[in-house]
Every structure is written in C-alpha cells, then in structure tokens.
Design a protein around this ligand. Structure first.
Ligand code: ZN
Length: 156
C-alpha cells in the first residue's frame, strides 16, 4: 500500500541541518503517525512521502519554501524590556505566544529586547532521513477530524 491522500503512515525520521547537526529525530521514540494529504506535515515532507511504501528508506532535502518558510524580517522586532516583567531574559531563550507560536530572544539591551517570531526553522534547509514503518487506511473518524488517532497519534 502506497502513501496517498487519506492514508495513515508511520515514519521514523532524523532531521539535520546543512552542517549535519541533528535538529530532531524519532530515534528512541514511537514513530510519527500522520494522516497524509491533510496538511499535517510541511509541504516538502508530504510531497516526498507521496507514493512511498512500507520499508522504504530515503533522504529528503527540503527548501525553506516547502519547509518552515523564509525568514520574514518584519517578524523581528524590538519590545520594551518591561514586557518581560521580572523574568530573566537571555539571548537564545524561547517563549510561547498566546497564538501558539514561539518567539526567540535575539538580543537583550538595557531598555529593549529584540525578539524573532519566525519559526525557529525558518530559512533552514531541512535534510530528512526517513524510513516508512507502516501504511494503512485512515478510519472515517480520522478523516472527519483531519488527523490521526490511535497509539501515539491522538490527543483531544
Ligand atoms: Zn480526533
């Protein structure tokens, strides 16, 4: 069975940047389960997995345009130091926003803090090593919800 729209696939993956540094990996965890064709993965990943079958092992190189986007300089802003209250703020720290995003602290000045609301992987070429563990049909409930259910996949 091939990975096509409305199939559920389980994959093991390792993600590296162009320097070979591991950014993320399912190694030692359950494989990632996802519903194909529902926009649950980045575009380049869905395109690269299309048509693959259980047991396939391959590398996928994904440009920022089909990954987490290019860096948008308008999302890099200075905010008053007071916006963080008494909290310690250091370069490299990350904070969750109310909108579900993440901002990264770039620079800390006396009066202001430069923050970056781009996705941490914006502008990064993604090098995935992928192995297809399983492909199955999605259940009607999964299709209705637009995401995968079952072990490791579902939390309401
Ligand atoms: Zn659901």
């Amino acid at each position: 069975m091939q990975i096509t729209k409305d199939k559920v696939a389980s994959i093991h993956y390792t993600l590296r940047d162009n320097e070979g540094t591991i950014i993320d990996s399912s190694d030692g965890r359950d494989p990632l389960h996802y519903l194909h064709g529902a926009g649950n993965l980045i575009m380049g990943m869905e395109e690269g997995l299309e048509g693959k079958v259980k047991g396939d092992k391959f590398d996928l190189k994904i440009s920022p345009a089909k990954g987490y986007g290019e860096v948008d300089s308008s999302l890099i802003q200075k905010v008053p130091r007071t916006a963080f209250g008494d909290q310690e703020v250091k370069s490299g720290m990350q904070f969750s926003t109310n909108q579900g995003g993440v901002i990264t602290v770039k620079e800390v000045g006396l009066e202001s803090v430069t923050v970056d609301a781009n996705h941490p992987l914006a502008g990064v070429e993604l090098n995935f090593a992928v192995e297809i563990m399983e492909v199955r049909n999605a259940t009607p409930e999964e299709l209705a919800h637009g995401h995968v259910h079952g072990p490791g996949g579902h939390h309401h």
